[in-house]
Design a protein. Structure first.
Length: 273
């Protein structure tokens, strides 16, 4: 069954839904959906063990985040589909992340996300070191631009286990500026862990300068600065390994993934002078 047919057949629509396909989405198919009750965002995907993606875990994290007011409300989840309320706003771009006000707003969203511990045994621990180790198991030495032993040495020890809801994939495009502040979307790689994972994710994926990273962390509040830095390095490596794993399982990169792969490998190379 096509993604369009899966979404159109869900038992939640008032009248016949109108679907508009979005180009974004490397591990799923994304749509804007309109029916008589409003506008929604829908995606269809399957579990992807090589990326650590579980659609059940994605749904649980999306629901927990929505309950904390940092993500859109889940309208429906099941049959490989996840439908949320569509939020009007501006998708952030990398250049916009260097704005001081935006960094403070990002810190505020993270404080709300991490405010309360999570008691959900189905959620996996998320950590840049653990994710990188998992990717390295799938990749032969011939695929690696940096020697495996050097990467393992640079990665160091995993973060301690944590009980906070963490997104762990905060690229600028996963932040939406709305009239009420920033919202986080895309919970495919979310789980539980220490808050420093998300601080590091912002720093790594937005290429923040040391001064910008310090502003973000100061606005967030108490944190382990050394752990943030270790996770930053690990998440830079993780993102490059994600690109290489995507290529191995899905074929040569196409479209914007070509430039993104080059960017991520260049970032990783800078960690190995």
């Amino acid at each position: 069954m096509s993604p369009e047919a899966v979404l159109a057949g869900l038992p939640v629509w008032q009248g016949t839904p109108e679907l508009t396909r979005l180009e974004e989405g490397r591990t799923n198919r994304n749509f804007i959906i309109r029916d008589a009750s409003g506008t929604y965002f829908g995606r269809v995907g399957v579990d992807l063990p090589h990326h650590g993606i579980s659609r059940l875990q994605e749904r649980l994290c999306a629901e927990l985040a929505a309950a904390r007011g940092v993500s859109p409300r889940v309208h429906y989840a099941g049959e490989g589909a996840l439908v949320t309320v569509f939020i009007e706003g501006e998708t952030l771009k990398p250049a916009g992340m260097h704005d001081a006000a935006t960094l403070r707003q990002t810190a505020e969203v993270l404080r709300r996300l991490h405010a309360e511990p999570v008691a959900e045994p189905a959620l996996e621990q998320r950590c840049g070191v653990r994710a990188s180790h998992a990717y390295l198991k799938h990749l032969p030495d011939s695929d690696l631009p940096i020697a495996r032993d050097l990467m393992l040495e640079r990665l160091g020890e995993p973060a301690p286990a944590g009980d906070h809801l963490v997104h762990s994939d905060i690229i600028p495009e996963n932040l939406i500026r709305t009239a009420d502040g920033l919202q986080l979307i895309d919970w495919e790689y979310a789980g539980v862990g220490v808050p420093e994972v998300d601080l590091a994710s912002v720093i790594a994926n937005a290429d923040l300068t040391p001064a910008e990273a310090a502003l973000l962390c100061a606005a967030y509040g108490p944190h382990d600065a050394a752990l943030v830095e270790r996770q930053r390095v690990a998440l830079v490596i993780r993102e490059a390994l994600w690109c290489l794993t995507q290529t191995r399982f899905s074929g040569p990169p196409e479209g914007d993934l070509v430039a993104y792969t080059q960017l991520c490998i260049a970032r990783m190379s800078q960690e190995f002078p």
